[in-house]
Design a protein around this ligand. Structure first.
Ligand code: 5AD
Ligand code: SF4
Length: 523
């Protein structure tokens, strides 16, 4: 998928304090990494792939006792917060948790930057351009901080797990009051309090790879679809990827907690859940007391009375036969699988440490297609991995066709400090990489257009999510295969699943007509 497709999919509505650093011993601009080392002594270790790979199977503790300390329960009364989210669904969901915590502290939400008393940037570190956007935003907020000294600006999410980023913020962006990591979200009440009263920038980034904190409050985005975390972290160590360093080791939530959450969402009327994890197929592999894996979890979630269940993201390596068997049972388990391949070249896949080959990926695809004949497959692809040759890139193009992906998120490789691939000398010029991306996107667009075309004249089931952002007389929703459909209909059907006949296919969306019968049933 490219920028254009992402935009299309987003069409549904639904410095006095700068002074307070002046009493520190020397100007921040003159400080060095050593000066900041004390922030990290007890709490933080920079990403280190060798250490991370050896990370132990320390027992993951699950905590059920989260509470907001009494003294901060009303600290946000009469005040507003705004959280800007970058990156993946995991971050979107973390934002829902932070919004939940801030709401329980008395804060109200706002979408107006100027109105906010707390602004949190929930950041993404996956590619350099994601980081650049955040630094741009931090810069934009500086005049506001000068105008409103009591404003609290916080940076959290994956970027704050990187020492180099934390140092850069501490040295160059004194308007930032608070930096906290992905394992520290439950500490938000204390951190906000500290940021309010502290004279220095507050930094809390734990290298402790995270226990699991249950019962955190959440303010979910909407009442129709919900994210449900099933596991955290990643132990796959793809050589290009920063996630195992920013999100910690793989650890799974207990099945009973997940099932209870999904049941609760179903009871509240939610129509769809997406089970979330960096690599959902590794679910349960860390349990020592029970033999219960992702297939088992889906088999249990399948029995819950919620119309749609999705999951993301899968790793081909852990996609086992039992899982395929369970998915083939269908029902609320939708027949759309996002299965990132990253490259079509076995040589590049080995260098990426993906632990499968082109051939074994294709075998897996065949197995999935045999078990689930109507399946739709989408993927993620990286072009321009260090020293990728033209032939190797061509193998990605042919794989794209051979599998028949209906869409793909495509990226130019971006070196990430601390990952093994970033240390490699790369002979391929950026221009060549851009040209390859361009060629790949043309193919992705072609395949998407063709697959969209195949829906013309067919009746699809659409979960109606709201009005189209472009035209409020038009409703919009998603098919089971996650295609956007725009059609006219009464607002009363928002939040329900209706039959829509597809009249015209666009590259990234479908136009349709509501089938009369469904309205009668639903009205
Ligand atoms: N450069 C480019 N793309 C990356 N991804 C992960 N790390 C990088 C990187 N360093 C892509 C992968 C992954 C998706 C979420 O982001 O394709 O599946
Ligand atoms: Fe990154 Fe995904 Fe590989 Fe984990 S499996 S290292 S999150 S690309």
């Amino acid at each position: 998928m490219n920028e254009q497709q992402r935009k299309e999919q987003a069409q549904i509505k639904q410095a006095a304090s700068l002074d307070r650093k002046s009493d520190q011993d020397k100007p921040l601009s003159e400080k060095t990494t050593e000066d900041f080392a004390h922030y990290f002594q007890t709490t933080y270790e920079p990403p280190d792939i060798r250490k991370a790979r050896k990370r132990g199977r320390d027992k993951v503790e699950v905590h059920y006792d989260f509470t907001i300390p009494e003294k901060v329960q009303q600290i946000g009364k009469g005040k507003k917060f705004l959280i800007r989210t970058y990156g993946c669904q995991m971050n979107e969901h973390d934002t829902e948790v932070m919004a939940g915590i801030l709401t329980e502290m008395g804060y109200e939400t706002t979408t107006e930057t100027e109105e906010a008393d707390v602004i949190l940037l929930n950041t993404c570190a996956i590619r350099e351009n994601a980081e650049n956007k955040v630094f741009g935003e931090i810069g934009h907020l500086k005049p506001l901080k000068l105008e409103k000294p009591d404003l609290i600006i916080g940076v959290c999410g994956c970027m704050s797990q990187q020492e180099s980023v934390v140092n850069k913020i501490l040295q160059k962006h004194q308007q930032v009051d608070l930096i906290f990591g992905t394992h520290n979200i439950h500490r938000l009440p204390n951190l906000i309090e500290e940021a309010m009263f502290s004279k220095a920038q507050v930094v809390e980034v734990w290298s402790k790879e995270g226990d699991i904190i249950e019962n955190l409050p959440k303010v979910r985005h909407g009442k129709i679809k919900a994210w449900v975390n099933i596991m955290y972290g990643c132990d796959k160590f793809c050589t290009y990827c920063i996630v195992p360093m920013t999100r910690g080791k793989e650890r799974s939530r207990r099945p009973e907690d997940i099932i209870q959450e999904v049941r609760h969402l179903a009871a509240q009327g939610y129509q769809e859940v997406t089970l979330l994890g960096q690599n959902v197929n590794a679910y349960g592999k860390d349990f020592e007391d029970i033999d219960y894996q992702f297939g088992d979890l889906l088999d249990d979630v399948r029995k819950i009375d919620i119309p749609r269940v999705r999951f993301t993201t899968s790793h081909p390596r852990d996609f086992d036969d039992h899982l395929i068997e369970v998915l083939a049972k269908g029902g609320n388990l939708l027949d759309h699988i996002h299965l990132p391949v990253q490259s079509g070249s076995s040589h590049i896949l080995r260098k990426m440490n993906r632990k499968y080959t082109r051939e074994s990926y294709l075998e897996l695809v065949d197995k999935i297609k045999a078990a689930i004949p109507n399946v739709t497959l989408t993927t993620d692809i990286i072009v321009g991995f260090p020293n990728e040759t033209e032939e190797q890139f061509e193998e990605t193009m042919t794989l794209m066709e051979e599998v028949g992906f209906e869409s793909a998120y495509t990226f130019i490789y971006s070196p990430r400090e601390g990952t093994p691939a970033a240390a490699q000398k790369d002979e391929i010029p950026e221009e060549v990489k851009k040209e390859r991306l361009h060629r790949l996107n043309a193919l992705v667009n072609k395949q998407s257009r063709e697959s969209m075309k195949s829906y013309e004249g067919k009746v699809v089931k659409v979960l109606v999510e709201g009005e189209s952002k472009k035209d409020d007389t038009v409703l919009a929703g998603y098919t089971e295969k996650n295609k956007v459909v725009n059609f006219k209909g009464p607002k009363s059907i928002i939040g329900t699943i209706v039959d829509v006949k597809v009249t015209e296919a666009k590259t990234w969306s479908l136009d349709g007509e509501l089938m009369k019968t469904t309205v009668e049933v639903n009205e």
